[in-house]
Design a protein around this ligand. Structure first.
Ligand code: IFM
Length: 469
């Protein structure tokens, strides 16, 4: 049976500054932690860097033409803080502001609503040198930067998103160290998580103080769907609880409920006393949101590990010796059943339905938007010049069905952004993983729409999702 999306459902695609822009030393942009990290030997596969990436900085008009061909209604991009404030504080770099202002105007002229993320991991290096996210000062500076952007772009932006996936920024950046700045200090990771919560609140308040209630405000979280290996085991169910605490409720708690969960504080007591939380911080973090951004790719299978058993870490977050799962050292992450994407991530659309319906139950008044969903596969350009990515079409199709299932069950899911518009720099995997619905030839920088982009364009045009065979 063909199913139909509602007329007001928001269709888009997403990217992030460091992953596509290139031009890292142009027009006054300062270095970010990802410039430093990617230029450090051994940190990124193949020694890849974002120096050129997709050269989007110089190809904005061409990329907007691609979006127009797709019939996109919205485009989610991120703003590189070091283009705006090269030192992370102090004077504004006007050419940096002009770049995003021009991007915004060109999107609007093409009939595409700009959805802006203020932080997608490219922290100005001078702020890291002064302590990075484990330091409170970074959150305060982020609030200033958000105010600058709200003044500059104002109500030309449809949705203001404070942070993208603070889980990755905190735990991959400061606990497992597979992301910039590459630190492996569990206590620092929890301090980073807290200051990201605070930064979210300060930025949201700064945007609202400039734009008032008419600003649509959001944050994007990569929430973890953990399933127990044995649903009848109290230990495995407790492992699920623990991952939910350190992976999800560490952000949902302060941002949506104004407090940290007691079980999280207890689970991490051996790591930190949470002395970095000052009076009023969690109240600040709880800024009223217009919509919650949800990023979803796969699910996890967890079990409690016996004291003398080996650790298993098939959690899809790299093979670093240090775990990103602070305070959850006795949780094992088991290999999931397939199928898998090229990231080795399992494909489990039911997990998306479960996630959305669970959020809707817990926060019934908060609209939800899928701000990222997509898959990497080993795409090749065929002899006929096309990229026939049937696996990606199937992945997207099944996840969009999962969104409709969640909507039918009462979840107010208002939009979907495919990750990603373009193949791009996939962090520590460099250019080896292709998530785009548009293929990028990294030698010529030519863009080739994959079959998935044609499929997506047709879906946007008709709003009809045919039944899967
Ligand atoms: O490429 C990333 C993106 O930057 C954040 N969310 C997950 C994507 C795929 O790993």
């Amino acid at each position: 049976m063909t199913r139909t999306f509602p007329a007001d459902f928001r269709w888009g695609s997403a990217t992030a500054s460091y992953q596509i822009e290139g031009a890292v030393a142009e027009d006054g942009r300062g270095p970010s932690i990802w410039d430093t990290f990617s230029h450090t030997p051994g940190k990124v596969l193949g020694g890849d860097t974002g120096d050129v990436a997709d050269d989007h900085y110089h190809r904005v008009s061409e990329d907007i033409a691609l979006m127009r061909d797709l019939g996109l209604q919205s485009y989610r991009f991120s703003i590189a803080w070091p283009r705006i404030q090269p030192a992370g504080s102090g004077p504004v770099n006007q050419p940096g502001l002009d770049f995003y202002s021009r991007l915004t105007d060109e999107l609007l002229a093409a009939g595409i609503a700009p959805v802006a993320t203020l932080y997608h991991w490219d922290l100005p290096q001078p702020l890291q040198d002064a302590g990075g996210w484990p330091a409170r000062e970074t959150a305060l500076r982020f609030g200033d930067y958000a105010g600058i952007m709200a003044e500059a772009l104002g109500d030309r932006i449809s949705v203001w998103t404070t942070l993208n996936e603070p889980w990755c920024a905190a735990y991959l950046g400061y606990a497992s160290g597979v992301h910039a700045p590459g630190i492996t200090d569990p206590a620092a990771a929890l301090a980073a998580a807290h200051h990201l919560n605070l930064a979210h609140g300060l930025a949201g308040r700064a945007v609202r103080s400039v734009l008032g209630e008419r600003a649509e405000l959001s944050v994007t979280l990569n929430l973890h769907v953990a399933r127990p290996e044995n649903p009848d085991s109290a230990d495995d169910l407790d492992a699920v609880r623990q991952i939910d605490a350190v992976g999800n409720r560490v952000f949902l708690g302060p941002m949506l409920e104004g407090r940290y969960p007691d079980d999280l504080i207890a689970d991490t007591a051996a790591v930190t006393d949470w002395g970095f939380v000052q009076d009023g911080d969690t109240a600040t973090a709880q800024v009223p949101l217009s919509v919650l951004g949800v990023n979803f790719y796969s699910t996890m299978l967890v079990a409690r590990r016996a004291a003398d058993a080996p650790a298993v870490r098939a959690d899809g977050h790299g093979v670093a010796e240090a775990s990103p799962w602070v305070g959850a050292e006795t949780v094992n992450f088991l290999q999931q059943p397939g199928p898998y994407t090229a990231m080795g991530w399992n494909i489990d659309p039911q997990g998306l339905t479960n996630l959305l319906t669970g959020l809707a139950r817990r926060y019934p008044d908060l609209p939800l938007m899928i701000t990222e969903n997509g898959a990497a596969f080993d795409d090749v350009v065929d002899d006929d010049g096309g990229v026939h990515d049937a696996d990606r079409v199937s992945y997207l199709h099944r996840h969009l069905e999962a969104v409709l299932d969640a909507r039918d069950a009462g979840a107010n899911v208002t939009g979907y952004f495919v990750w990603s518009l373009l193949d791009n720099f996939e962090w520590s995997y460099g250019y080896s993983k292709r998530f785009g619905i548009t293929y990028v030839d990294y030698r010529t920088l030519q863009r080739i729409p994959k079959d998935s982009s044609k499929w997506y364009a047709e879906l946007i045009r008709t709003r009809q999702l045919p039944a899967l065979d």
